[in-house]
Design a protein around this ligand. Structure first.
Ligand code: ZN
Ligand code: ZN
Length: 352
């Protein structure tokens, strides 16, 4: 076998050439002469190999990364050492030098490549969505069979703001382009589905309630061909609030907390606290409101019994004492609720 260029016959051939001829026009690495990097002028995200990466790096760092990312190797390069240098900077055009040192076929080679990196300022899709008021979800906050209370709206507003602020570090579409008060409640427009779900969870952690999602196909994403959905998330708060009274499976219960996991209640007879899941909402009937609570006086006690005055008729009423009422003293003022012509002494939950 002979080298097709110099005719030497004494060594192994590489693509028909001897080692020296082969290395003469060998390029240790491949890098384009010009690299363009698109960078979002709002958030500094950059467009790299087909996608926007949210890195927020300074321009020089972007240039170095762009050089690194654009280098590719061919066999049989070993132990390459690369040095990158920005030789000249003119506006957003960087003239760079890539120096490489490597072993190829047992011989040390050094090469230099000149590369121009251009940073083009543009607006990433997320920022352009933001500036156009884009949203993927609408949270419709409502209350079941009643109006929302001012305090509930204030709580929800606060939770929405706080949750979005926290999420916005990772999700640029965790933002609120619009908040609309409608007759039935409040609509929160949220940039991304993901953040809307988290916001709903956070509101439910404070106010409870039942959710229902209805996605609607809005069109098609021109770049990906995927369907574009917008989701309406209905968050319906319970008809009852903390302090109200429910009947559930023939038990009379005081509502002491509303959370995502359910309704926390105290049984007015056993004094037991338990959690009822939202799935059982339809089985919970309101039998009394916090406003219906009256105050009366303990008039006498005997083992197993306690006597109070009816808060309206002032007739003495005997009740069977339980773990809580047996600790009350004669003369003490106690809150009571009348449900189905029966009086229940209730505990002041706030004191717990
Ligand atoms: Zn040769
Ligand atoms: Zn951006």
């Amino acid at each position: 076998m002979f080298c097709v260029r110099c005719g030497s016959s004494d060594s192994e051939l590489y693509e028909g050439l001897c080692r020296d001829c082969f290395l003469e026009d060998y390029s240790i690495l491949r890098i384009p002469d010009r690299i363009e990097v698109r960078v979002c002028s709002h958030c500094r995200a950059k467009f790299i190999s087909g996608q926007w990466l949210d890195e927020g790096l300074p321009d020089e760092e972007i240039v170095y990364r762009a050089l690194e990312d654009s280098i590719s190797w061919d066999e049989p390069v070993e132990n390459p050492e690369i040095e990158l240098e920005i030789m000249q900077e003119r506006g957003t055009i960087y003239r760079c030098l890539v120096e490489v040192d490597a072993e190829v076929l047992g011989k040390r080679l050094s090469q230099e490549y000149e590369v121009e990196v251009r940073i083009t300022n543009t607006v990433c899709p997320t920022c352009s969505k933001q500036s156009s008021g884009y949203y993927e979800a609408v949270i419709q906050l409502r209350a079941d069979g009643r109006e929302l209370a001012e305090t509930e709206i204030e709580t929800a507003d606060r939770v929405v703001q706080r949750t979005l602020l926290k999420l916005s570090r990772r999700d640029k579409l965790a933002y609120l382009p619009q908040r609309v008060e409608v007759k039935e409640g409040v609509d929160y427009y949220i940039g991304s589905h993901k953040s809307a779900r988290k916001v709903v969870d956070a509101i439910r952690e404070k106010l409870g309630g039942i959710t229902m999602e209805s996605p609607r196909l809005m069109g098609q994403d021109k770049s990906t061909g995927k369907g574009l959905y917008r989701t309406w998330i209905s968050l319906r708060l319970a008809n009852f609030r903390v302090g109200d009274f429910l009947s559930h499976h023939n038990r009379i219960l005081a509502v002491i907390d509303l959370r995502k996991k359910g309704v926390s209640v105290r049984d007015l007879e056993t004094r037991e606290v338990k959690n009822i899941l939202w799935g059982e909402y339809e089985d919970m009937d309101v039998v009394g409101r916090a406003d219906d609570v009256k105050t009366t006086t303990v008039t006498s006690r005997s083992p197993g019994m306690i006597q109070i005055l009816h808060p309206e008729t002032f007739e003495p009423v005997d009740l069977e004492a339980d773990s809580y009422t047996s600790t009350l003293d004669i003369g003490e003022q106690v809150p009571v609720i009348e449900i189905d012509k029966r009086l229940y002494i209730i505990e002041d939950e706030a004191e717990e």
